[in-house]
Structure formats: C-alpha cells, structure tokens
Design a protein around this ligand. Structure first.
Ligand SMILES: Nc1nc2c(ncn2[C@@H]2O[C@H](COP(=O)(O)OP(=O)(O)O)[C@@H](O)[C@H]2O)c(=O)[nH]1
Ligand SMILES: [Mg+2]
Length: 316
C-alpha cells in the first residue's frame, strides 16, 4: 500500500461536534485554589506532579502565579506510558511556560529507581534558591500538588515505601500543636530534616479549549462521561491514526488501519469478546445473534491505551 494512500485515508481534523468545555466546569477553579494558598504557608518547596503524556497542557496557570513565591519542581510522571522521543522539544516548551525545574518519574513499579532522584534534586533547588535559608536543625517541608489522576498519591506512597521501611517514619508532627489529620508528615530525609506533607493538593485541570479537554479525558484527569466513552474512543482513534501509531491493528487482529470508529470498535468487540446476544426474528422464527457491544468495546480500547498496550503516547 503506498504510504500516501494510507495517509489520505485518515482524518486530518477531528469533528468535536460543537462541544463546549465551558459547560463542563462552570467556575470550577477558585475554591480549591484559595484552600491551597492557605496550606502553602508552611511549605518550602512544591512538587507539582503532572502526566508526562500531556506535558504542556492541563496545568493550572493561575496556581503558578500564586506559587511563584515558592521553589517549584515539575515532576512529569508516568514516563513508562509516555513517548519521550522529543524530550528536548518538551523541555524547551516548558521553559517557555516558565518552568524552571523539571524532572521525570514513574512510580507504578515497586522499584524506586524512577523516583529516587527527586529528593536530591529538590535539595539542589532549595540550596540554589535566592533567599532560601534554614538553620541546620530546621525542618524543610514539601508538598505534592497536581490535577487528578497524575500519580500524586502514588508518588507519596513511593516516598513512603522508600523512607518508611528504613525506620525513618515520622507520621505525625512532633509539635503538640500539629493536628494529626491536617498535617500528617512523612520524614524523607534526616540531614537536612525534610518532611513531605501526606495529603496532596488537588488542582482543577485547566481546560482552555475542547481539544485539551479530550486530552485530559484520555489520560483520565477528567471523567470519561464528560466527553462520552464512544466520542473519546473516536478521538483516540483519530490521534493514533494521525500519529501513524498502528499498534491497535495488530493488537485487535485487524487487517488494516481504520478511521471509522464503529467499524473499528466492532473488531475490538469481537476480538475481546465484548459482544452480546440479541434475539432477532429471521422470518421462520426467532434466532439469537451476536452483536458488538460498542460501549464495552470503547471502554476496552480506552483501557488498552491508558495501560500502554497500544504503545507509548504523546498527546501534546
Ligand atoms: N503506568 C503508570 N501508572 C501510574 C503511575 N503513577 C500512578 N499511576 C496510576 O495512575 C492512577 C492514579 O494514580 P494516583 O496516585 O491515585 O493519582 P492522584 O489522583 O494524582 O493521586 C493509578 O491507577 C496509579 O496506579 C506511573 O508512573 N505509571
Ligand atoms: Mg490521590
């Protein structure tokens, strides 16, 4: 098959059918932001976790303004699922978004090699921050923030795993005034004395346009139903084809790439056993026929993508 013919088979634009993201989250930002601003008072450094598959979209710009008073490290997590072949471009683009400190991580495995570089990096950042000064015996406090589902809790758990098992756990503040439920802290270093706040700050995703909304939904940062699973599956198919990532063809044992979502989901349904029996009248009596369950097939397709089965992803 000539590649030009393959290319011309695919959509070059996606039809969002007039979806308006403004309707999804009317005035969603302010509340959490104020709460977090108050929480930030005693924090020395902020670890902002974000999904490496959408490195440059979905982050909350207004929060970054609030934050500029604190040293900040952007942690792009889930690198095991991300296509980082254009890492330099990503770093460049983030620098233009005023991200000064950046690192990459993965915290799904129980090996800590993709997490353990973070603390030394934080210490370097703090040491180099103008005006940052602590007495040797003063505690340093870090806070993990980010939009939903990017791995904030997983990162905190990874830290817990790394540092608690060594018997260095300090789950509660030493000072009597510190309420357990509000300020549970994990010691992540003895010298200097560094704590991580146990509760992550959840930010609202920034959705300036409909495409960003679809990307956020694909990585699970906003709920599927805001877009609709079948619509989201169609967007996923469009993206895979546009990037010429045809792993799905092999995975679902299709003959060739396909740009029609129902046709494609039909294959998924048959391959993955997502069919349902329905009764049909054949004229000579009722017969049971297998019909693809498109809804379940769409969910399966999304799940396969999110688990990395369809290859590493880069949505920005
Ligand atoms: N593949 C992969 N999955 C991850 C990683 N970190 C977190 N997850 C998964 O992403 C989902 C959301 O993680 P969670 O820590 O609850 O995110 P939070 O909402 O930001 O706290 C969970 O299913 C995690 O298992 C990672 O580095 N790689
Ligand atoms: Mg969480």
């Amino acid at each position: 098959m000539a590649s030009s013919r393959v290319a011309s088979k695919f959509r070059t634009r996606f039809d969002y059918r007039g979806y308006e993201v403004a309707k999804w989250f009317p005035g969603h930002m302010a509340k959490g932001l104020n709460r977090m601003r108050r929480q930030l008072k005693g924090v020395d450094c902020v670890l902002e976790v974000h999904d490496a598959r959408i490195p440059t979209s979905g982050r909350t710009p207004r929060f970054q303004e609030t934050l500029s008073v604190r040293p900040h490290l952007l942690v792009l997590n889930k690198i095991d699922l991300a296509d980082l072949s254009k890492k330099n471009d990503i770093e460049e683009k983030l620098r233009r978004q005023n991200v000064e400190h950046l690192t990459f991580s993965s915290c799904c495995s129980f090996k800590d090699q993709d997490v353990k570089h973070i603390m030394p990096k934080v210490m370097d950042i703090l040491a180099a921050s103008p005006g940052f000064y602590k007495e040797e015996d003063e505690d340093i406090t870090l806070m993990v923030i980010g939009i939903p589902n990017v791995g904030k809790s997983s990162l905190i758990n990874a830290f817990r795993r790394m540092y608690l098992k060594k018997g260095k756990a300090t789950p509660v503040g030493k000072d009597p005034g510190i309420t357990r439920s509000v300020l549970t802290r994990i010691r992540v270093s003895d010298r200097p004395s560094v704590f991580l706040l146990d509760t992550p700050g959840v930010l609202s995703p920034n959705i300036p346009d409909v495409e960003t909304g679809f990307k956020l939904a694909l990585v699970g940062a906003i709920k599927d139903h805001l877009v609709g699973e079948d619509f989201l599956a169609d967007y996923l198919l469009y993206r895979l084809n546009r990037e010429k990532n045809f792993r799905y063809v092999e995975h679902y044992k299709m003959q060739e790439p396909c740009d029609h979502v129902l046709k494609m989901l039909g294959h998924v349904a048959v391959q993955m056993g997502k069919t349902r029996k329905i009764r049909m009248d054949s004229g000579t009596g009722a017969v049971m026929v297998h019909q693809p369950n498109f809804q379940l097939a769409a969910l399966q397709f999304l799940r396969d993508f999110r688990q990395g089965t369809l290859g590493p992803a880069m949505l920005d």
